[in-house]
Design a binder for this molecule. Structure first.
Ligand code: GDP
Length: 182
């Protein structure tokens, strides 16, 4: 992993994390970018981002992934957050049904502000808290199918499927980009 900005890469692209407050967006990103997990929410307010480079085939792809960093609490996410984003990870918390019910609202916003061919991966986070589950796996699956999204349940805490979720998005973006440049 290399965080340096000027690292040589074949492609550089932007992706965003969205979803209700406290579903685990920041921790998914820090797990993916730095392999770290925090028990408390970060108090910082404002957009933050992290980089991670991955190899897809023989290409080095650098993903710049933006985190709302608390702004969603104030409905302060604006079109600039979505501008230029090729991918989105849409997150809900499997232990809080309202975060699942709000997915439609997030999709509406994505469709209003983001590019029409943006790649969206739906993530049901906190799968380690199965005993407090309020959203069944099947509900996540059928919502994703209906909306044409990829779907995974993850645990940022237990490091389950986090890598897979981001790689799913990155691979799909790469495929969309390769088709465009053919
Ligand atoms: P954000 O507001 O969506 O960025 O959410 P945070 O990443 O700040 O996480 C909110 C809270 O949920 C924090 O207390 C985290 O420690 C906790 N959390 C995040 N991901 C997980 C997870 O996979 N499992 C569990 N048990 N807790 C998590």
């Amino acid at each position: 992993m290399d965080d340096s900005f000027d690292e040589e890469c074949d492609y550089l692209f932007k992706a965003v994390l969205i979803g209700d407050s406290a579903v685990g967006k920041s921790n998914l990103l820090s797990r993916f970018a730095k392999d770290e997990f925090y028990l408390d929410s970060k108090p910082t307010i404002g957009v933050e981002f992290a980089y991670r480079s991955v190899k897809v085939g023989d290409k080095l792809i650098k993903a710049q992934i933006w985190d709302t960093a608390g702004q969603e609490r104030f409905r302060a996410i604006t079109s600039s957050y979505y501008r230029g984003a090729l991918g989105a990870i849409l997150v809900y918390d499997i232990t809080r049904k309202t975060t699942f019910e709000n997915l439609k609202k997030w999709l509406r916003e994505l469709r209003e502000f983001a590019a029409s061919d943006i790649v969206i991966v739906l993530v049901g986070n906190k799968s380690d808290l199965n005993q407090s589950r309020q959203v069944e796996v099947e509900d996540g699956q059928s919502f994703a199918q209906l909306e044409g999204l990829s779907f995974l349940e993850t645990s940022a805490k237990e490091k389950l499927n986090v890598e897979e979720a981001f790689l799913e998005m990155i691979n799909k973006i790469y495929n969309v980009m390769s088709l465009k440049t053919l």
